[in-house]
Each structure stands twice: as C-alpha cells, then as structure tokens.
Design a protein around this ligand. Structure first.
Ligand code: FE2
Ligand code: FE2
Length: 174
C-alpha cells in the first residue's frame, strides 16, 4: 500500500512548492492588472482599462495552466490567498512602468523554476514551463513598446489621450 501512495505523484516536493508559489504570483498579477484596469477606467483611459482587463484574464489563464499541471501530475495545487492589491496608482505612465517591472519579475521567477528543474532533473516540468518563458518575451515586449510611446508621443496636451488610443494596438509578431 505504501508503494502505491508514493506512486500517486511524480512531482518532486520542491517542484510542487515552487509551482504553487508561481500560481500565487500569476494570481497576484491578475489582481494587480484588474486594479490597474479600474484605475484607468476611473481616469478616463478607456482603451487602457480594456487592455488591463484582458491582461488580467490572461494572468488568470496562466494561473490555471499551472494549477491544472500540478494536479495532473499528482500534486496538490493550492488556491492562493491574494493580499496587498493597490487601488491607486501614481500616474498613467507609472502604471505601465509597474507592468514592465512585474513582467520582468515573472520572467525571473520562471528562470528560477527552469534552474530548479534542471538541478532536480525534472525535464517534464522543464519542458512544460518553456511555454511560459516564451510568453514572457511577448509580455515584456508589449510593456516596453507602450513605454516608448510615452517618450515618442509625449504626455503634453492630448498626448496621454493619444497614447491610450494606441495601447491595445501594440502586438508582438515574434
Ligand atoms: Fe503570466
Ligand atoms: Fe504577464
């Protein structure tokens, strides 16, 4: 019977823990983007409000992709508790700066997971997270391109209004 119990999961405990930590990071990202969406809406940046609402949904999907993976491998995914979500942001530009910082942090976390997978020889999880690493190229690219618009268009006069109109048009072709 004991042997059967051990066969229940093929996931190393450390890998299970680090994936659960990432589930929490994705859930946190989703909530922060939702807060940004609400702030943008309140400030009259309607296109950005939509943009961040979609980003929030994307992060929720990332969370569920990790969540299902942990359970499918016989581990136990933990529904994360999310705290410290801001309601206020300093500026329109600041919101996108925070987006880039958040995405760079997420990329770093996936690099750490990849590193752990190699150390523990979990090549299945290593392969699984490649999708996320590729996704991060796009996420960082979009945030950087939008921040560039602040420099190119400028924030004076109708600048912010113009930037808001173009936010959702930024895409990564790969
Ligand atoms: Fe994500
Ligand atoms: Fe993201």
């Amino acid at each position: 019977m004991k042997d059967l119990l051990r066969l229940k999961t093929s996931l190393n405990e450390e890998i299970e823990n680090i994936l659960n930590a990432q589930i929490k990071v994705e859930a946190h990202s989703s909530s922060v983007y939702l807060a940004m969406s609400s702030w943008c809406d309140d400030q009259g940046y309607d296109f950005s409000a939509d943009f961040f609402a979609k980003q929030s949904e994307e992060e929720r999907k990332h969370m569920m992709k990790l969540f299902n993976y942990v359970n499918d491998r016989g581990g136990r995914a933990i529904s994360p508790e999310i705290v410290n979500i801001p309601a206020d942001f300093e500026s329109f530009r600041g919101v996108f700066e925070q987006m880039l910082e958040q995405e760079m942090y997420v990329t770093q976390q996936f690099n750490n997971i990849a590193d752990k997978c190699i150390k523990l020889k979990d090549f299945v999880t290593f392969q699984f997270i490649q999708w996320f690493l590729e996704e991060q190229i796009e996420e960082e690219y979009v945030a950087r391109r939008i921040l560039e618009m602040f420099d190119v268009i400028g924030e004076e006069g109708t600048g912010r209004w113009e930037i808001d109109k173009h936010v959702h048009k930024v895409s990564y072709e790969g």
